[in-house]
Ligand binder design. Structure first.
Ligand code: SAH
Length: 220
């Protein structure tokens, strides 16, 4: 391993220790965080911040989520839907998609900002990940590949996203932060025999989910 890579690995191990202190205990999730080189999802001038415990701007008013947030959402998914096809809404930097790929899911990801979509798609292909990316409004889901065993929404939704719920497989679950601008409650919606079961967790702060079944882009 090159010197720089060794340093990144050490910082990654520290990040995983922080996640453990915060209560993330799922071994598969922690291993994925150790494996995925988070610094590669940052622009070169920001690489030094890659392993800080926080969200970070990725351009176009968007952010790569805090490691704890990604780990929390991923744990909710892994514990309920350990394998299969997952749709991510909000590719952003591509980091969450890479974590899902490392966990062995078959990953589909949609991003509404063209430049972010292009950047993430290039990086994902350079890293040889099996993530299928698309530019568009993720609130409508991805009908051609539905149903999904998991759906992870990485932007704050104003309410329960109905089109996405319809694209969940039986026993499939959606992880989605729901709430007004500034604070959203992490929510799990799981389909069981055609009925949607809801579980509520702690509050986070996400950038808004903007689209036909999300927020109106004139509000932001
Ligand atoms: N998962 C990302 C987090 C990015 S922040 C990561 O790991 O880096 C959330 C992203 O959701 C932003 O890039 C934003 O542009 C995108 N987004 C917001 N509304 C969307 C929509 N309707 N469809 C697809 N992407 C959306």
């Amino acid at each position: 391993m090159k010197e720089a890579e060794k340093l990144h690995y050490i910082k990654r191990r520290e990040m995983v220790e922080t996640l453990k202190r915060y209560g993330i205990a799922n071994r598969r999730v922690l291993d994925a965080f150790l494996e995925v080189p988070r610094h590669l999802f940052f622009e070169s001038e920001a690489v030094a911040c890659a392993y800080n415990d926080g969200a970070y701007p990725i351009g176009f008013g968007q952010t790569i989520s805090q490691p704890y947030t990604v780990a929390f959402m991923t744990t909710l998914l892994v514990e309920r839907c350990p394998s299969g096809k997952v749709l991510e809404i909000g590719t952003g930097s591509g980091y969450q998609a890479a974590i899902l790929d490392a966990l062995g899911y078959s990953v589909f990801s949609i991003e509404r900002i063209f430049e972010l979509h292009e950047r993430a798609k290039k990086l994902i292909s350079k890293l040889g990940l099996h993530v299928v990316c698309r530019h568009g409004d993720g609130t409508l889901g991805w009908m051609e590949h539905a149903p999904f065993d998991g759906i992870v929404v990485t932007a704050g939704a104003p309410g329960e996203p109905e089109s996405l719920m319809r694209q969940l497989a039986e026993r499939g679950c959606m992880i989605v932060p729901i709430g007004g601008n500034g604070s959203q409650q992490m929510t799990v919606i799981q389909r069981e025999e055609g009925v949607f079961k809801k579980e509520l967790f702690e509050y986070f702060t996400f950038v808004p989910l903007i689209g036909r079944e999300g927020w109106d882009d004139t509000v932001f």
